[in-house]
Design a protein around this ligand. Structure first.
Ligand code: GTP
Ligand code: MG
Length: 396
């Protein structure tokens, strides 16, 4: 299976990352009852036997899982969220050498630690600090940390960066990392999942940070998956209203704290939606299947020109069926739903625009090829495609 390294940067990137890892581990565990380290695990995980000093047990040996490590790198200049991940049930997936925070590399240098604290206090939410100050300061450590993770891979296919655009670290340092990866690993595919700020965002500089980061994204990554906090908030509130069980069942980490902090509660529910999307999007990289499409296939088919790389994504149902009880949806209705604004993760009207191409990824049992064909024929009539690409559907 192709291997992928997830790089999560800043508060938002790490909080979404945490949800992604929780879902991925849970999903693999539910399929892999005999605890053998198999091929599907190897996309995002490696098997380590630290007792015998073996840092990488190949899936070909079909050995039991000893200690799992995620192919992930956690980057944030504040330590709160990283500590929260370390204390969560996915915390053991990450060794200290997979974490880059303000104290990394500064050793016992007290002055530097104090300086970092002051810098954080004065200059949070500032793209330029993330890019220019932290980027330069952590340049070598980032290169070294990424190199170590790439050396554990047999066939590294992609880097997968997750961050917000509105803050300073994820946006600015994330831009710096993407640029660095572009120079150091030109042949490895770079995918970036970014969160756009909501209308009423409390970060006053978020529009500036977003514009600066977008410019870098256009130049340095192969494909971007933009997600808007406004869309996430609307979807979350809709699900919560129709299913009061939702927040209890899917959040569940620290209910008391969540109740105290409504916003954090929303972030958790919102991040859950993004994690589901990423989990589904990467499922065909992880599991065997005759009709699988991986991230490279998607980009080859959906990005006709290097600068037109922003995907409009949509997901239905919007939550895993395990989270809540939902009325069974007919297959055709699900296809129709996927082309409505309510299920889109960015607020735009696709129907009034022109499609360059469209990919449908169907997951689960009970859907036949004929169902997909029938629905594509139906849906095609309501969408406008560019003249030179009328038959532009990719299905998997
Ligand atoms: N969906 C979602 N959005 C978040 C989350 N955390 C922060 N945001 C949004 O991200 C933006 C702020 O970015 P952060 O990720 O907090 O900032 P940062 O990358 O840590 O950078 P600093 O400004 O240096 O702290 C705002 O638009 C927030 O609304 C989260 O967990 N989920
Ligand atoms: Mg932060």
């Amino acid at each position: 299976m192709p291997e992928s390294i997830i790089i999560q940067v800043g508060q938002c990137g790490n909080q979404i990352g945490q949800k992604f890892w929780e879902k991925a581990v849970t999903e693999h565990a539910s399929y892999n009852k005999n605890q053998i380290f198999d091929e599907s695990f190897s996309t995002f995980f490696r098997n380590v036997d630290s007792r015998n000093g073996i840092s990488n047990i190949s899936f070909e040996k079909k050995e039991k899982i000893v200690e799992l490590r995620g192919r992930g790198i956690l980057v944030d200049m504040e330590e709160g969220v990283i500590n929260q991940i370390k204390n969560s049930f996915v915390g053991e997936l990450f060794d200290n050498n997979q974490i880059i925070s303000s104290n990394s590399g500064s050793g016992k240098d007290k002055n530097k630690n104090n300086r970092n604290k002051v810098l954080n206090f004065l200059t949070g939410n500032n793209w330029a600090v993330g890019y220019n100050v932290y980027g330069k300061e952590f340049n070598d450590l980032i290169i070294e940390t990424v190199r170590k993770q790439t050396e554990y891979c047999d066939g590294l296919q992609s880097f997968f960066l997750i961050s917000s655009l509105g803050g300073g670290t994820g946006s600015g340092l994330g831009s710096y990392i993407n640029e660095l990866l572009c120079t150091e690993y030109p042949e490895v595919f770079k995918f970036s999942s970014v969160i756009f700020p909501a209308k009423n965002d409390d970060v006053i500089t978020s529009p500036y940070n977003s514009v600066l980061a977008l410019n870098k994204l256009i130049n340095h990554v192969d494909c971007v998956l933009p997600i808007e906090n406004n869309s996430l908030l609307d979807i979350f509130e809709k699900i919560e209203k129709s299913n009061p069980d939702f927040s209890q069942s899917s959040l569940a980490t620290n209910v008391e704290e969540l109740k105290k902090n409504k916003k954090l509660k929303n972030f958790d529910g919102m991040n859950n939606i993004v994690a589901n999307l990423l989990n589904n999007l990467t499922s065909s990289m992880r599991f065997e299947g005759k009709m699988n499409v991986d991230i490279n296939d998607i980009t080859t088919n959906l990005v006709p020109f290097p600068r037109l790389k922003f995907l409009l994504s949509s997901m239905t149902p919007l939550y895993t069926l395990k989270d809540v009880r939902v009325a069974p949806r007919s297959i055709d209705q699900m296809f129709l739903d996927a082309f409505t604004k309510e299920t889109q993760l960015i607020k735009t009207d696709g129907k009034s625009g022109t499609y360059l191409a469209c990919a449908l990824i169907v997951r689960g049992q009970g859907i036949a090829l004929s169902d997909i064909r029938r629905n594509i024929d139906k849906i095609s009539k309501s969408l406008k495609f560019v003249s030179w690409n009328q038959e532009s559907w990719k299905t998997g």
